[in-house]
Write a protein that binds this ligand. Structure first.
Ligand code: ADP
Length: 220
């Protein structure tokens, strides 16, 4: 199989993050090789992952033994041990793995991983902390920042929109957001159009600049 269309991934570190990621991929028919230096953890996931191996990812020879260089994608899910995380990432970069995802525990850690050559850096604790802050402090039912400065927010349709065609409310001009989807009580989400008329209790998903989405969630 060619390197570009395969559904194979090497997951290094089977802690909470790595194991959740690996199991989710297996559930979506990916072939996952899970690697951890802890025999106990590897034992735990031996039956649920496609392949597992007890190995130290900072040992180039160990990586070569599992043909890490032949993987199109790899995830470095080592969080707390900075040195190990950085070393493992840098070895995968040297081996030419084209898509390396690395988990960081802080922005500084993330910056180093990027400098070492990781293609994608994720900060799960940091991102989730920010997200919960938005849910806790406002009326938002759900919130996700797509990239720095742009977000999607799920909220109940405010009174300002109830019973009026979205096209007539001028939400874009007034609040700087776009209503992308709407969910009526007991129904599924569907896309919103200019002719959509939100009713009381409807839930909507809006997109826009983070500050606009935040402000819109305060509108009553
Ligand atoms: P989480 O917060 O997701 O549980 P941890 O940092 O606690 O993340 O766990 C990361 C995992 O990575 C641990 O199971 C640890 O054994 C593993 N690990 C750490 N260093 C290495 C290494 N050099 N090679 C392989 N696995 C490692």
């Amino acid at each position: 199989r060619s390197k570009t269309d395969d559904k194979r991934v090497l997951v290094i570190g089977l802690g909470r993050f790595g194991s959740s990621l690996a199991l989710e991929l297996v559930a979506h028919d990916w072939e996952v090789l899970g690697m951890d230096s802890s025999p106990r953890l590897v034992q735990t996931y031996a039956d649920s992952l496609t392949h597992t191996v007890v190995a130290d990812a900072t040992d180039e020879e160990a990586l070569r033994q599992v043909d890490a260089q032949d993987f199109n994608r790899a995830v470095v899910a080592i969080g707390t041990h900075l040195e190990e995380s950085i070393l493992a990432t840098s070895l995968l970069v040297d081996m030419g793995v084209p898509h390396i995802w690395a988990k960081a525990i802080s922005r500084r850690h993330g910056r180093i991983l990027q400098q070492v050559g990781a293609h994608h850096v994720v900060l799960p604790e940091h991102d989730m902390g920010e997200r919960v802050a938005h849910l806790l402090s406002g009326r938002m039912l759900d919130y996700v920042e797509i990239e720095e400065g742009f977000a999607l927010g799920k909220t109940r349709a405010p009174n300002a929109l109830i019973g009026r065609r979205l096209g007539d409310t001028r939400v874009r001009a007034r609040y700087g957001i776009t209503v992308v989807s709407i969910k009526r009580h007991g129904e599924e989400f569907t896309y919103a159009t200019e002719d959509t008329v939100p009713q009381k209790g409807d839930v909507i998903v809006v997109a826009g600049r983070t500050s606009h989405v935040e402000r819109f969630a305060e509108v009553t």
